[in-house]
Each structure stands twice: as C-alpha cells, then as structure tokens.
Write a protein that binds this ligand. Structure first.
Ligand code: SAM
Length: 219
C-alpha cells in the first residue's frame, strides 16, 4: 500500500504554473478532460489513445508518479495528453482561468486518497474551493465523474456537489451508477475489481444554474 502524502505540508503548498493548452497540446481547440489524482496515468494513456479529438490533462501530487506517466506518454508519442505534478488544490484554479469558454468538458476524480478522519478532512482532494473553481469553469453539459471503493470517501464528495445545485444527475435520475461510463479502468479500479470490492460511481452534468459560493461555506 502506497503512503499518502499530506497535501497540507509546506512542500505541497507551492504553486506550480500549469501551462495553457496552447503550450501543451498539439490541437489546443479540442475539449479537455481533467483527471485529478491520475497516479501513473494508465487511465489517461489508454483514453487519450482512443479519443483523439479530446485533450487530456492528468495531475498528481506525487512527482515520481508523474515522471513515470510522462515517460510513458512520450514513449507512445501521444500529443493530446499531458501530465503535471501539483497539488490540485493549490494550482488548478489559475489554470482553469486560462481556458477558453466551454473548453473544460469533463473532470474525473477516481479513487481519491481515503482521509477518513474528520480532523483530516482538509487533506481530502475535493475541497470546496476546488469544486467552485471547476463549477465556474464548466459550461452546461460538462461532466464530473467520481468513483471510489470507499463509501465514506465518496459520499461527502457527492453531498458537496449536490449542495451547489449546479449539477444534474443522469436522465434516469440515478445517483449511483453500476458501470464505468468510459469503460476504461484506472489502476485502482482494476485492483478493486480483482478483489470483488464494491465500487461507488456517480456522474454529474453541469446545469445552467449560477454558482452561489456561499452554499459551501460550512464545508
Ligand atoms: C488512491 S490513488 C488513485 C489513483 C488513480 N486515480 C486510480 O484510480 O488508480 C489517489 C491519487 O490522488 C493523488 N492525490 C491526492 N491528493 C492530491 C492532490 N491534492 N492533488 C493532486 N493529486 C492528489 C495521490 O497522489 C494518488 O496518486
């Protein structure tokens, strides 16, 4: 089992300037899928090889994983994908402000580190400020996909998203979905599947409602 890093420690609070799409993608006009906590990036390496008319950005707080992912990406010659080392809660917001209207069309947070204890909730990856930044950058129709094998990890994330009132569920109204809609497993998803662990998944669609940041103030 890998050791989690503490995202609140001083080292991980440094801001990393993630370049704008024009500097990192061969065709910067494609819609963007952002995967937060991508680890070694296998999900994005697979997805970007199939969806050639999308750009993919993978972020992770562990630099050794990103170094590995970038080596693989370069080996495969993939030009619609990039990986960066950063603490998503420190560095994403500025990058989202660099995007063109409607460029961010999908965000995934898959099997986030399980910081169970209430006293550690500020270490969890989906903080109110990050959700607000994503919600501001996303136009109606944009997708937000979450999955985890730990109910107590995904439930507070789902609750926070619903609290914004800025996202709708699928047309069938289901909060929990059985299958991975992209049909491309992450490393942790494979691990969970091989052990028959229950996986909780939710997909949300950005609606037209205007974001009211005060609803997340108590989180
Ligand atoms: C349990 S792993 C899951 C990796 C991958 N998504 C998967 O499903 O196989 C969670 C990942 O999130 C990363 N992570 C945790 N907090 C983060 C943060 N604040 N910013 C960016 N990445 C973070 C961790 O380093 C780790 O690689």
């Amino acid at each position: 089992m890998r050791q989690h890093v503490n995202p609140l420690s001083r080292f991980y609070q440094s801001y990393i300037d993630i370049p704008c799409p024009e500097e990192i993608f061969a065709n910067p006009t494609f819609p963007i899928h952002l995967d937060i906590g991508c680890a070694k990036g296998q999900f994005l390496l697979d997805f970007s090889s199939i969806e050639k008319k999308w750009n993919f950005l993978g972020l992770d707080i562990r630099s050794s994983l990103i170094t590995f992912a970038e080596i693989e990406r370069k080996k495969l010659g993939i030009d619609n994908l990039h990986f960066f080392f950063c603490n998503a809660n420190v560095s994403i917001e500025n990058w989202l402000l660099k995007l063109r209207d409607n460029q961010l069309q999908r965000v995934s947070i898959q099997f986030p580190d399980p910081w169970f204890k209430k006293k550690h909730r500020k270490r969890r990856v989906l903080q109110p400020s990050l959700l607000l930044a994503i919600t501001s950058a996303m136009k109606p129709g944009g997708e937000l996909f979450l999955q985890s094998d730990v109910f107590n990890v995904i439930k507070p994330m789902v609750d926070m998203i619903q609290l914004t009132a800025c996202y709708d569920l699928r047309v069938d109204g289901k909060l929990w979905i059985e299958e991975n809609p992209f049909n491309i497993p992450t490393e942790r998803e494979r691990y969970a599947q091989e052990r028959d662990l229950k996986i909780y998944r939710s997909i949300f669609y950005r609606n037209k409602k205007t974001l009211c940041s005060s609803v997340l103030e108590s989180n």
